[in-house]
Design a protein around this ligand. Structure first.
Ligand code: GDP
Length: 160
């Protein structure tokens, strides 16, 4: 049971290959804006947003991993093997480094996807395989972004 008036602070780390929209998603969620080039202006390690989940005050601290991707072996694997191979690599990395934590798989930029593109379904298949909650988002059009973080906050609170 949580003490009354106590704020819960949750650290959320956004991982993935370069240019998938991680920084943009954080900026969209915390500042409500979308820009073509955000990295040059970020200047901080994380942004935060407060929300209310079941009457609990929750503070989400969203950490960006921007700028490290090019040095990462996972990204190299991605360039060799295609983007969907990277999903399981990132998942393994999360499992190894932080263990069992609330996790979602996000397919961003759905505004760019044509429904007839078969790969559209591939991320969802991976999500099922890895037993991850799956969201399709468009940071640009502000589709489903809030839902991702609400889900994570809910999941986290259920464990307290
Ligand atoms: P990161 O390297 O994963 O942090 O990716 P960025 O946030 O820097 O985004 C890379 C590029 O994709 C930027 O030009 C963004 O404006 C763009 N972008 C991010 N999200 C979306 C989206 O949902 N739709 C579209 N069309 N572009 C996006």
């Amino acid at each position: 049971m949580l003490e009354e008036d106590m704020e819960v602070a949750i650290k959320v780390v956004v991982v993935g290959n370069g240019a998938v929209g991680k920084s943009s998603m954080i900026q969209r969620y915390c500042k409500g804006i979308f820009t073509k080039d955000y990295k040059k202006t970020i200047g901080v390690d994380f942004l935060e947003r407060q929300l209310l989940v079941n009457d609990e005050d929750v503070r989400l601290m969203l950490w960006d991993t921007a700028g490290q991707e090019e040095f990462d072996a996972i990204t190299k694997a991605y360039y060799r093997g295609g983007s969907f191979e990277a999903i399981s690599s990132w998942w393994e990395k999360v499992e190894i480094e932080v263990g069992n934590i609330p996790t979602v798989l996000v397919q961003n930029k759905i505004d760019l996807l044509d429904d007839t593109v078969i790969k559209n379904e591939e991320a969802e298949v991976w999500a099922k395989k890895l037993k991850l909650r799956f969201y399709r988002t468009s940071v640009k059009e502000d589709l489903n972004v809030n839902e991702v973080f609400k889900y994570l906050a809910d999941k986290y609170l259920q464990r307290l």
